[in-house]
Design a protein around this ligand. Structure first.
Ligand code: HBI
Ligand code: FE
Length: 285
């Protein structure tokens, strides 16, 4: 997974990017070796996630035809726009926060165009097209989740001048990237950072090592996250509707309140937490 980043070390070709940091994808430019690597990544991830991914992710994945090679974003857009009103836009890699939020607020999801190297099969620092596409696009077929991400983008643009970026990054991290859901199917994953990665999918659901707590916005905004290893804390939402609802109120007062309080450490238990047990397991001590 990826996390903190410095502009000087970004991978990808930014020289052709437009003012909004989008580029032309060029689906014909991927090599046979890249298509083959994509098929291997796709086959492994899609086979391991069936018992763990939430229904919305599985349904979305079934609607994208992307098993046979690096996908053409335009082909997926034809379906995605009808399903949820989202459009994928190609980007060279990580883009500036404000620009990223602008895209989300306009229901445009930035997808990195380059694919990892074979030696990065299991682990990658920055998002590549496999992470962005396989991890994020299935959930964007779901209108409720799509509403959450759009509203997140809108709120983020309003809250940036308030110095809210660290808080906004935590919220994105613990929901869009590492979120769990506990609905009629039991504990499941919806976060792209988990579902596009090798070992974290079973770990997030079954391991007794990490802490799982009921999602609560202020708790989440206060909690520092790990970029170097599996998460020590996961937040569990009750439904995608509940997640989308969180973003409907004005968050500026809450953000100011959270900014005045100390940050919380991943892996710790705090007063007011509602613990959620792993699948078939006990609560962590
Ligand atoms: N750019 N391509 C890309 N992908 C991201 O996930 C991303 C980004 N720019 C900024 C950003 N994320 C952060 O603002 C959020 O993760 C909070
Ligand atoms: Fe991501």
């Amino acid at each position: 997974m990826y996390g903190a980043h410095t502009d000087s070390s970004l991978r990808g070709n930014y020289s052709d990017a437009r003012a909004d940091f989008t580029v032309e994808q060029q689906p014909g430019a991927y090599s046979d070796a890249e298509h083959a690597l994509w098929r291997r990544l796709y086959a492994r991830q899609s086979s391991m996630l069936q018992p763990y991914a939430c229904r919305a992710f599985r349904d979305g994945l079934a609607r994208m035809t992307a098993a046979d090679g690096v996908p053409d974003l335009a082909a997926v857009n034809a379906r995605l726009e009808v399903a949820s009103g989202w459009t994928l836009v190609a980007v060279p890699g990580f883009i500036p926060d404000e620009q990223f939020f602008r895209h989300l607020a306009a229901r445009r999801f930035p997808v990195t165009v380059w694919l990892r190297k074979p030696e990065e099969f299991d682990y990658l620092v920055e998002p590549d097209i496999f992470h962005d596409f396989f991890g994020h696009v299935p959930m964007l077929f779901d209108r409720r989740f799509g509403d959450y991400v759009q509203r997140y983008g809108e709120q983020a643009l309003r809250l940036l001048p308030q110095g809210a970026l660290p808080l906004l990054a935590r919220l994105y991290w613990y929901t869009v990237e590492f979120g769990l859901i506990d609905d009629d199917e039991g504990l499941r994953v919806f976060g792209a950072g988990i579902l596009s990665s090798g070992g974290e999918t079973p770990y997030a659901i079954e391991s007794e090592i990490p802490r799982r707590v009921r999602f609560e916005l202020a708790r989440c905004l206060r909690t520092e996250y790990r970029i170097d290893n599996f998460q020590k804390t996961y937040f569990v939402v009750r439904s995608l509707d509940a997640l989308a609802d969180v973003m409907t109120r004005d968050l500026s007062a809450l953000v100011a309140d959270v900014q005045a309080k100390p940050t919380l450490t991943a892996g710790h238990e705090y007063p007011g937490d509602t613990p959620v047990p792993p699948r078939g397991g006990r609560l962590a001590a």
